[in-house]
Design a protein around this ligand. Structure first.
Ligand SMILES: [Zn+2]
Length: 190
């Protein structure tokens, strides 16, 4: 029997969601609000869903700090962005080690043709032509794709020179990374 999902309530909209679909915040012993990316910090968890309005209110307008009566901070957005960025880099590294990552145009297209990926990451500075070529297959197979980081950053993360695209083979870590990226995009959006 599959385990029943653990649901938690978003602090802003008060709706219930699967815990995996939420960001978890804790208040540390010094009374500062912290994003708990691994959702394991030994403190009471406070959750935010990935609705843009909830993210806007809770993080960008710092409502979470008031709700939790924590110390004021001008750097909440930056610190959340930084934590999510670090988590994304670490997850990509782990997926690479576990051989769950396919890097480069030809490999990504092969993986898409065999329907073994649900998530593709394009560099923000990939050529339009290359992106269109790959999007032919992502659209066909209803694969989610995002533009994230530039080629230089993807090169650093994957070790492949001039890396402009990568695909995640389906796995639970890939699913979790896709969710983290979705939050990251919304938190970094102006
Ligand atoms: Zn919400």
């Amino acid at each position: 029997m599959p385990k029943a999902p653990k649901t938690r309530t978003c602090m802003v909209c008060r709706e219930n969601f699967d815990k995996d679909d939420l960001l978890r915040f804790v208040v540390d012993p010094a009374n500062n609000v912290m994003l708990d990316v691994y959702k394991k910090a030994p403190a009471r968890g406070n959750y935010i869903c990935n609705d843009e309005k909830c993210i806007e209110k809770a993080i960008k307008k710092s409502i979470i700090i008031k709700m939790l009566k924590a110390n004021k901070s001008d750097t909440l957005v930056e610190s959340v962005q930084k934590s999510l960025f670090t988590k994304i880099c670490s997850d990509i590294g782990m997926l690479k080690k576990a051989n769950r990552l396919v890097i480069g145009t030809d490999g990504v297209i092969d993986l898409l043709k065999s329907n073994k990926t649900k998530f593709v990451i394009f560099a923000e500075d990939i050529s339009e032509k290359s992106q269109e070529k790959i999007e032919f297959y992502t659209h066909k197979n209803a694969v989610i794709s995002v533009n994230l980081f530039n080629k230089e950053q993807l090169t650093e993360l994957t070790g492949l020179a001039n890396c402009s695209v990568l695909a995640l083979k389906s796995s639970s870590l890939s699913n979790s990374l896709a969710k983290t990226i979705e939050f990251y995009k919304k938190v970094t959006k102006n």
